[in-house]
Design a protein around this ligand. Structure first.
Ligand code: CO8
Length: 284
């Protein structure tokens, strides 16, 4: 693949652009391909098999977002998945929430909060090329971006109630600020997974396109967004997002305690165990 070739030579250098005008680097299973001419960084989520978000993977994402936010040569981000045509992200790694101690769960949730803060608060344009299914945390990830292009035929939604848990308040805000309070309330209570057509109709995503157009259309939108004068873009974005981020920053410890308390309830562990078992048995 051309992209692989373009990036292979730059792996040798984290700080300078290679002969193709690209700088390629990454943290853990997150890889970044930065184009010198546009300042656009393509961030590819590459955690096998389905980009489920473990604490370690979330930390790699946060580290990447912090680095790209501080890099003045970066104009905007395109976020996509290595598992093109299959899965954008399967959401939080359920194994991280099953049969774990309070302190383990607490640290895991801290990494979830950090990921949300770094991604939702990212000051430059971010476009999601959702090239596969995006349940739960995968949907939240897309909602943290500024624009969403979804692959036709894939599903997206906050289905947490189906797992016996309720999405955290900052996920509910992501949904209600995108599709409106009434529709968000219904969707979250029912754990609705939207088909691509339903997602477009509800304004949960901005475009639904075939596979070969997911990345080009996302890139096209990003190219328009990076032309908007800075810092006007980030000031405008911050007016909508700042209060929600500030709320979480002020309540992090209580939010962690709420999460741990909910996850340690025997009925929640029972439903999670059953859900994991069903996931494994689906293929049989
Ligand atoms: N976590 C851990 N493992 C997972 C997850 C996950 N989220 N999703 C899939 N896997 C595993 C499967 O068990 C399977 O494992 P194995 O190979 O060992 O059998 C492997 O990944 C591959 O999965 P599939 O075979 O199912 O792959 P497909 O390509 O057929 O399907 C899907 C991909 C559609 C993504 C499918 O795997 C799926 O539906 N996964 C579950 C998605 C889901 O429901 N996620 C919810 C996560 S919870 C969350 O994000 C928010 C929690 C908020 C908590 C708030 C409390 C206050």
């Amino acid at each position: 693949m051309l992209k692989t070739a373009l990036c292979r030579t730059w792996l040798s250098s984290k700080t300078s652009f290679n002969t193709f005008g690209r700088r390629c680097f990454g943290h853990g299973n997150v890889s970044v391909d930065l184009q010198s001419d546009t300042g656009i960084a393509t961030v590819t989520l590459s955690e096998p098999p389905v980009n489920s978000l473990s604490g370690e993977f979330l930390t790699s994402i946060s580290k990447t977002m912090k680095e790209l936010s501080a890099d003045s040569s970066v104009s905007g981000l395109l976020i996509t998945s290595k598992f093109h045509g299959k899965v954008f992200s399967a959401g939080l790694n359920i194994l991280e929430m099953y049969n774990k101690s309070d302190s383990y769960l607490g640290e895991f949730w801290r990494s979830v909060q950090e990921w949300y803060i770094d991604t939702y608060n990212f000051p430059k344009p971010v476009v999601a090329a959702i090239n596969g299914h995006a349940p739960a945390g995968g949907c939240a990830f897309a909602l943290m971006c500024d624009y969403r292009v979804l692959l036709d035929g894939k599903t997206i939604g906050l289905n947490e109630t189906q797992l016996g848990i309720a999405a955290p308040f900052f996920f509910t805000y992501l949904m209600s600020s995108t599709i409106g309070i009434r529709q968000a309330e219904l969707a979250l209570a029912n754990g609705t997974m939207f088909s691509s057509d339903q997602a477009l109709q509800a304004n949960l995503v901005d475009e639904v396109v075939p596979l070969d157009l997911v990345i080009p259309n996302a890139m096209n939108q990003l190219q328009k967004m990076i032309k908007i004068p800075q810092p006007a873009f980030s000031l405008s974005k911050g007016q909508f997002r700042g209060p929600n981020v500030k709320k979480l920053l002020g309540e992090r410890e209580e939010d962690i305690a709420t999460f741990v308390g909910l996850l340690q309830k025997p009925y929640v562990q029972k439903v999670l165990g059953k859900y994991l078992e069903n996931l494994k048995n689906r293929k049989k």
